[in-house]
Design a protein around this ligand. Structure first.
Ligand SMILES: C[S@@+](CC[C@H](N)C(=O)[O-])C[C@H]1O[C@@H](n2cnc3c(N)ncnc32)[C@H](O)[C@@H]1O
Length: 253
């Protein structure tokens, strides 16, 4: 049983509209370009594929893409855009669900590994990625750096967007590494809708340790899909771990 929140019918129906800025060409194209380069013509597997924001344009580039997704309503939305023959999806938990085949690229974007809210499940997710990779294949994560440096003493909330249409902020519990994103959105009829989702935040160094437990080695860490350098001021990272070419290499645990 996964610890992830379930993305219900109502959330799925509004997902593309509420995430419009993440569909903007300036955001999406560098991500697709980065992933297509790493897939190198081989097949790719997206964990938590959602409504296909990244997978559909990646498939359009000629990369065969398969998905794993927990929410049937999100898959239903994806299906309105592409048939199963084009982008097959298995409904299940990205920490444990397996699909047939081996992939040159497995990826999980937009902070989604944090939706698994226990360390054990996050470790399992890295292992599941490694399990699906062919020798020399790569696992890519796009993940925010926890914004704890922006927390004044005694305060637990960090705003990440404040506009007329949307007020979004994260609250952090630094003892448990649990956090919640809160969204207040003004709808076209003037009403305000609240939504939240919970996540477990992870530092890059903890990701590297999880990767090592899965037998993967860090190949690259940059601040974003444009390949800009990762620095102490970076608010997110795109990290690439590689499975050894020698498939018999040791996996611990
Ligand atoms: C922020 S959306 C990202 C969707 C898509 N990857 C994108 O970039 O637009 C998070 C997605 O993760 C899915 N999800 C959450 N926990 C999951 C899990 N344990 N296994 C698989 N999918 C999960 C949700 O159902 C939702 O579709």
């Amino acid at each position: 049983m996964t610890s992830s929140d379930l993305w219900d019918e109502e959330t799925a129906a509004r997902y593309d509209e509420f995430s419009a800025e993440m569909f903007a060409p300036g955001v999406l194209e560098p991500a697709v370009e980065f992933l297509a380069r790493l897939a190198d013509g081989g097949p790719a597997l997206e964990f938590a594929i959602g409504t296909g924001r990244v997978a559909i344009p990646l498939a359009a580039r000629g990369i065969p893409v398969t998905g794993i997704e927990l929410s049937q309503p999100m898959v239903d939305r994806l299906r309105r855009k592409v048939p199963a023959e084009q982008v097959p999806v298995v409904v299940g938990d990205m920490a444990t669900t397996t699909v047939p085949g081996r992939f040159s690229l497995v990826y999980v974007v937009w902070n989604t590994i944090g939706n698994l809210r226990t360390q054990d499940e996050q470790v399992q997710c890295f292992r599941n990625a490694a399990r699906h990779l062919s020798p020399g294949g790569r696992f890519v994560i796009e993940l925010e750096v926890p914004s704890l440096r922006r927390l004044p003493p005694g305060q637990s909330a960090v705003p990440f967007e404040v506009t007329d249409r949307h007020v979004g902020f994260d609250t952090y519990d630094m003892v448990t590494q649990q956090a919640t994103s809160h969204h207040y959105r003004r709808l076209d009829d003037g009403s305000v809708r609240y939504g939240d989702h919970n996540f477990r935040y992870i530092w890059p160094a903890e990701c590297d340790l999880m990767a090592r437990l899965a037998g993967l080695t860090l190949e690259q860490r940059v601040a974003g899909w444009d390949g800009s350098p990762f620095t102490s001021d970076s608010e997110s990272h795109v990290s690439v771990w590689r499975k050894p070419l020698d498939a018999s290499a040791h996996v611990s645990g």
